[in-house]
Design a protein around this ligand. Structure first.
Ligand SMILES: COc1cccc(CC(=N)NC(=O)c2cccnc2OC2CCNCC2)c1
Length: 386
């Protein structure tokens, strides 16, 4: 009985695809939403995480560091920092009860997060206030208790109470029913280390020094006027971003306050660079976020430093050149690899800049919403989840 839980949820399944009308699958009724938290098995208790509290942030950090997503070969595990989690989970408009922990004897054993977003779906009319779900994690030692479905149902209840009825999320696994299946790509920045940690492998005819030459980058970026983003750029970056994202079928619309939160550089979290060639005129920007992975077993390295492409808008600079500069900047910031999905216009630069396909895919999901088109192509996706 595969997907026992997901069959019970308002997600289109294969044979319903052509019957369902586009839009919400189930009409939510606020008065019918359960007012109290779902029941938990004995000794387990709900706990609203305050990420501003160092102790509680440390508990979430440790749970994820030891129990969150690993690659298919279980060689690497995401190692999100506390500063990163505060960036990702404390955006403008956040709700105190949308960072949900489960504790046993004061120890955190489960977590799930939601943040409020307004998602534009397929056309300007569909501006849907909803939640973006992330960081679903259950401690490895208590995986058999079916706690994950309870975490999902509980955050669903807390979103329903706010009169919101949809959610957006991603996952490496396939459950009913992806709206898009995207692929991830990697561009080597430190060929030697990638081989030594087992992230990359050498074929018969390749050598480490050949690989280092192949992926070598200039010391400095090419684009004149490229510099770190500052507060004074927020208005122009907001306009550039909102204009660009209209090209896609799934995108967020950003206020200046949101652009400030998501794009102003934060050390070891988010890097954003703007192109200001002519005095005071920003024409392009690039951004990437910092998500290191713990190398689970390696004599020499404990971490893989990975930069992940975030949002990049090229209106005057060719996208290939802008992203080539992103690689150079990431290399200079100390990253070993630069990762990107084949969403938005990314396939325009992936091949030319020598990105290699990863061994997995990242699936996008919309909860309680039937699209007009059953699936979206990766290049129609305009949202990046961290
Ligand atoms: C290299 O260390 C890894 C540690 C854990 C998992 C993976 C493979 C993987 N699952 N990668 C991605 O999901 C991925 C690959 C490229 C770009 N973004 C990605 O995921 C983002 C977005 C979704 N939440 C996790 C980070 C790699």
């Amino acid at each position: 009985k595969p997907h026992q839980f997901w069959q019970t949820q308002p997600m289109p399944n294969i044979n319903e695809m052509d019957k369902l009308q586009p839009g919400p699958i189930q009409q939510g009724v606020l008065a019918e939403v359960r007012k109290d938290p779902l029941n938990l098995i004995d000794k387990f208790e709900w706990f609203n995480v305050d990420l501003r509290n160092d102790e509680q942030a440390q508990q979430v950090y440790t749970l994820l560091k030891e129990n969150y997503v690993e690659d298919d070969d279980n060689m690497f595990r995401f190692d999100y920092s506390i500063d990163f989690l505060r960036w990702a989970l404390l955006p403008p408009g956040q709700y105190a009860d949308w960072l949900i922990g489960v504790r046993v004897n004061q120890k955190l054993v489960g977590f799930i997060s939601g943040i409020p977003v307004t998602l534009h779906i397929e056309n300007e009319q569909n501006k849907v206030k909803m939640t973006e779900i992330n960081f679903l994690c259950v401690h490895k030692k208590i995986r058999a208790n079916r706690l994950a479905p309870v975490l999902i149902k509980e955050i669903t209840r807390r979103v329903h109470i706010k009169n919101m009825w949809q959610a957006v999320y991603t996952a490496g696994i396939v459950v009913p029913t992806p709206i898009s299946q995207t692929r991830y790509y990697h561009r080597s920045l430190n060929a030697k280390k990638l081989i030594e940690v087992g992230f990359s492998s050498l074929s018969a005819r390749q050598t480490i020094s050949r690989q280092q030459k192949l992926y070598k980058l200039p010391e400095e970026p090419k684009t004149p006027g490229l510099r770190p983003m500052k507060k004074k750029d927020v208005a122009q970056v907001t306009k550039l971003l909102n204009e660009y994202l209209k090209n896609f079928k799934l995108y967020f619309k950003y206020t200046e306050e949101e652009v400030k939160h998501w794009f102003i550089p934060r050390k070891d979290v988010i890097s954003t660079y703007v192109v200001e060639k002519e005095q005071g005129v920003v024409t392009d920007f690039l951004s990437f976020y910092n998500l290191p992975s713990q190398v689970i077993k390696n004599p020499k390295y404990t971490h893989l430093k990975a930069a992940y492409s975030y949002y990049n808008v090229a209106t005057q600079t060719p996208i290939v050149q802008l992203m080539y500069d992103a690689l150079i900047l990431a290399k200079n910031e100390g990253y070993d690899v630069f990762n990107a999905l084949d969403i938005m216009d990314n396939e325009k630069f992936l091949k030319e800049l020598m990105f290699c396909p990863g061994d997995g895919q990242l699936n996008y999901y919309l909860y309680n919403w039937k699209l007009e088109s059953n699936m979206l192509k990766p290049e129609e996706i305009g949202i990046v989840l961290v």
